[in-house]
Design a protein around this ligand. Structure first.
Ligand SMILES: CC(C)(COP(=O)(O)OP(=O)(O)OC[C@H]1O[C@@H](n2cnc3c(N)ncnc32)[C@H](O)[C@@H]1OP(=O)(O)O)[C@@H](O)C(=O)NCCC(=O)NCCS
Length: 266
């Protein structure tokens, strides 16, 4: 399965972003396989979840992250060490690979690039009884007003477009929700170009950031943000777990063929 045939399956550069999405149910039979690559500390963290459902999805997300990074770095997934920022953003020490992960009910979303911090967010589009209250408390005034002015039918997807675009930004900066979401403004009206309208007080800052929606499935809203000129987004389809494992195996055999070829030429 050639997900990114244009530039080789597991090769990153500073002009493109690879985006993977995998559908995972908490009872999926690939979870034990993904769990094999977790560190002792990650197993301890997994054991602290109260509900099996949450534990299993977390294990799947962390296992998928390690497996993909293992292929990009061409190392064993279990040998990868993460470091964490003060606000909990994981990254790789001594590497120019950047990544970010988001998981929500049934889907894991992972994005990878080089030389640029990025953030992703995915949410299931669903009814929220207190939607306007959340918007009034968290969004900037113009966003909340714009949302209130939409028809009820248009409001629900618009809310999640706005939320995921904003959360992808605070995940790119690494500050997470400690940054008030009202301090910056995104576009979210149907058909309007996807972009930051304002970040902080300097009018130039918004133009230094790129924002894209990620088309995962009609049931989900998802977005990616990063500080650079727009990069090419290479996106996998929403993979079933078995398809994901198959893609990993193909990646491993491609990497091993490349390793053998390099040895032959040396
Ligand atoms: C980052 C944050 C917005 C994620 O929210 P969420 O919707 O629950 O979760 P998502 O599924 O979208 O993303 C979770 C992933 O984002 C990554 N992540 C964690 N903290 C992050 C941060 N500060 N910035 C960017 N990414 C972060 C991790 O890979 C995490 O995956 P994991 O749970 O498997 O480790 C939220 O957890 C947050 O605001 N954290 C900061 C809290 C803080 O200030 N902590 C200080 C003390 S540690």
């Amino acid at each position: 399965m050639h997900l990114f045939p244009e530039h080789g399956l597991f090769h990153l550069n500073d002009a493109c972003i690879d985006v993977w999405s995998v559908s995972v149910e908490p009872s999926s039979n690939v979870i034990p396989e993904l769990e094999t690559v977790l560190s002792a500390a990650e197993r301890e963290r997994a054991a602290r979840f109260i509900f099996d459902r949450d534990r299993n999805v977390w294990i799947a997300a962390r296992g998928a992250l390690r497996m993909l990074l293992g292929l990009y770095l061409d190392v064993h997934p279990a040998s990868i060490d993460f470091v964490y920022s003060e606000k909990g953003k994981p990254s790789l020490p001594n590497s120019n690979i950047n990544f970010n992960v988001s998981h929500t009910r049934g889907v894991i979303l992972l994005a990878f690039t080089e030389g640029c911090e990025l953030g992703v967010d995915i949410e299931l589009i669903r009814p929220l009884p207190d939607m306007m209250q959340i918007a009034n408390l968290n969004f900037c005034r113009d966003e909340a007003q714009e949302l209130a002015g939409l028809s009820e039918e248009a409001r629900q997807p618009a809310f999640f477009r706005c939320w995921t675009r904003k959360e992808s930004y605070v995940k790119a900066t690494g500050n997470g929700l400690s940054t008030p979401l009202g301090e910056f403004r995104v576009s979210f009206r149907e058909g309007e170009s996807v972009r930051f309208l304002q970040i902080g007080k300097d009018p130039l800052t918004a133009s230094q950031w790129a924002l894209h929606d990620l088309d995962i499935s009609p049931a989900y809203a998802a977005a990616i943000a990063y500080r650079d000129v727009p990069r090419q987004i290479k996106q996998s389809p929403l993979l079933r777990p078995e398809e994901f494992i198959q893609a990993l195996k193909l990646g491993e055999s491609t990497n091993s063929a490349l390793r053998n070829k390099a040895q032959e030429t040396n």
